[in-house]
Design a protein around this ligand. Structure first.
Ligand code: SF4
Length: 444
């Protein structure tokens, strides 16, 4: 099996025509659908949906509260290394960029882990560049194994692996995998990845499925928004998620919505995504897959992230550093890159009060923030140039404490841990779960 075959059924000419022909009636039908299909998804992502963003926000909010309650999980990334053999044109870790390369040893891994754990966080995302001979599978599994006593939930965002390699990570204590396809356009993908193992479009496309087969409890997908026409990439991402959920129902599927950020290099996205368009994507994902997790990272500005909370987000990063060793070094959020950066955020029409006006559709409606609904209308933010070895600049550098306050202020509950590996469980009867997933009652 492979999502590749499903993708082949949706050549971009067919998809573009479907999106362009979507009407207001199609959007309204999609909003009312109990099980939206591909045509509904296309309608929700189409220009015809733009006047209905407010309705999409209301529907997304209702579905999210029904399936997740008013909760936001918090996590933070830990960069183990920035060595990379690829030449992705849009990334600061690109092998051709002259940045300081680094990899954490066991002592520094634990220093990072302790610094993060001291903030209260219990969910961790381990990242490396794509350098399998340096950041080997065993190295990543060993890092997870060491960090497990501090973090019940550990995910990875690393290079594409084989099934047995994912299984090795799972045995080390990893439970979730995030794999960004970047773009589902094979021609553009080839241009964006001129050299290195990541150039293999199909191997990467099938990686989430291999993660499911390797035993990952949760698999996250995403396109790097801004690389190609965002409507196409958002459609293919959502279809990929639905395909995985159909064939691997035991695996939890989630989406991320990363937009291109400034980085070390000169690449400029050809299809920038506005805030309103990002809201359209996020709410379309939620309506299409009501039970999927949705992550919004610190790439987005603080005020905008806060306003997204009621619209379908289930997971947010906090206390972020995208530099190797950044947390133990003081963790100001962007460590090596903020120093020397030009002026940071230039402008934002952040909505923070209960009486903001202007809604997602552009109609001038008074907004009732007390009901928990936010209407995220902000100006795009401008960010200064990167000056150091972080993968990209972040916009929201708030600490964990500040994120907790922001989430609580919206009437939501920040969640530090919602899962525990079975081997650590001790049940009321005295039974303990074991690594093989069985539960043996010790009391008998
Ligand atoms: S996106 Fe990943 S694989 Fe590509 S250059 Fe950056 S770190 Fe390397």
């Amino acid at each position: 099996m492979s999502f590749y075959d499903e993708l082949a059924r949706w050549p971009h000419e067919t998809l573009d025509a479907l999106i362009a022909s979507s009407t207001a009636d199609d959007v309204l039908r999609a909003l009312a659908a109990t099980r939206p299909g591909p045509a509904d998804l296309a309608a929700l992502l189409s220009p015809a949906a733009m006047p209905y963003l407010e309705d999409m926000a209301q529907r997304a909010h209702e579905l999210t509260v029904r399936h997740f309650g008013r909760t936001i999980q918090l996590f933070t990334p830990l960069y183990l290394a920035n060595h990379c053999t690829n030449q992705c044109r849009y990334c600061g870790f690109n092998a051709r960029n002259h940045i300081r390369r680094d990899q954490l040893d066991a002592e520094r891994i634990m220093a990072e882990g302790r610094a993060i754990a001291s903030t209260g966080l219990r969910q961790l995302l381990l990242l490396t560049g794509d350098a399998p001979r340096i950041s080997t599978v065993s190295y990543i599994a060993e890092a997870a194994h060491r960090l497990r006593p501090l973090f019940p939930s550990i995910g990875v965002e690393v290079y594409a692996m084989q099934v047995e390699e994912y299984a090795e990570l799972v045995a080390g204590g990893v439970e979730s995998l995030t794999m960004f396809q970047e773009t589902y356009n094979p021609g553009l993908y080839a241009w964006l990845h001129p050299a290195g193992p990541k150039r293999d479009f199909r191997f990467r496309l099938d990686a989430p499925e291999r993660g499911c087969l390797g035993g990952m409890r949760s698999v996250g997908l995403g396109a790097l928004l801004g690389l190609d026409d965002w409507r196409r990439d958002a459609f293919y991402t959502a279809m990929h998620g639905a395909w995985l959920q159909r064939y691997y129902p035991a695996t939890e599927v989630s989406f991320s919505v990363p937009r291109m950020r400034p980085h070390t290099g000169s690449f400029e996205p050809q299809h920038p995504v506005s805030d309103r368009e990002l809201v359209q994507i996020l709410t379309a994902y939620r309506i299409f897959m009501p039970t999927a997790g949705i992550t919004v990272s610190s790439r987005e500005a603080a005020a905008f992230r806060d306003n997204l909370i009621p619209l379908g987000v289930t997971r947010m990063s906090a206390g972020v550093s995208t530099a190797v060793g950044g947390h133990a070094a003081g963790g100001d959020g962007n460590v090596a890159s903020t120093e020397g950066a030009a002026a940071a955020i230039a402008a934002s029409t952040a909505i923070s009060s209960g009486d903001a006006t202007g809604d997602l559709s552009g109609r001038s409606t008074k907004v009732d923030m007390t009901s928990g609904m936010a209407h995220a209308v902000t100006e795009d933010l401008q960010q200064g140039a990167d000056a150091g070895p972080s993968q990209f600049d972040i916009s929201d550098d708030r600490s964990v404490e500040e994120m907790v306050s922001a989430i609580t202020a919206r009437g939501y509950q920040p969640v530090f841990k919602d899962w525990e590996p079975p081997q650590d469980n001790v049940y009321a009867c005295g039974a303990a779960g074991h690594a093989d997933g069985t539960v043996r009652c010790e009391a008998r």
